[in-house]
Design a protein around this ligand. Sequence first.
Ligand code: HEC
Length: 146
Amino acid sequence: MAVKKLASALLVVVLAVTFSVNAQEQSAKTIKRVPVKSTSPASGKEMFANYCVTCHGTDGKGGGPAAAALKTTPPDLTVLARNNGGKYPALKISSTLRGESSLPAHGSKEMPIWGPLFRSVAGGHESEVQQRISNLSKYVESLQVK
Ligand code: HEC
């Protein structure tokens, strides 16, 4: 299996929001795709801050700056355990992040599918992809309300 060398190719997928205000019109929100920044696979917090807060908000409750421009409201990530009988659904979250679960928004691509992105960031190293997904999931777990 050939390892694809992505060299300096930019990965275009994290979404950001630009607010453009013109003289007469109200502000227009558009979603812009920006290159995925490299982050430490060891820090769920750093990855969350770079990859997730635009939609899910710093507190994970869904109020990120891009949220208003989406058709699907990003869910509150702090109640995943509460909505699952008090148990954090770790497996479901990892497969959601990998893009293996069937979230309705996948059709519209509103929730980015992170597996392939992380695979690119990791230069094809599956162990790093796993580390990223596991640390992100643990970070989301740490946001759970009791
Ligand atoms: C472009 C906006 C956007 C970004 C960026 C984003 N998400 Fe999401 N996310 C969504 C939307 C919208 C949904 C809801 C999808 C649906 O229910 O159809 C969602 C759903 C989820 C879910 C499923 C929650 C559930 O109830 O099962 C998890 C977990 C999640 N996101 C985690 C993350 C993490 C972690 C990141 C960063 C790596 C991230 N998201 C980045 C928009 C985003």
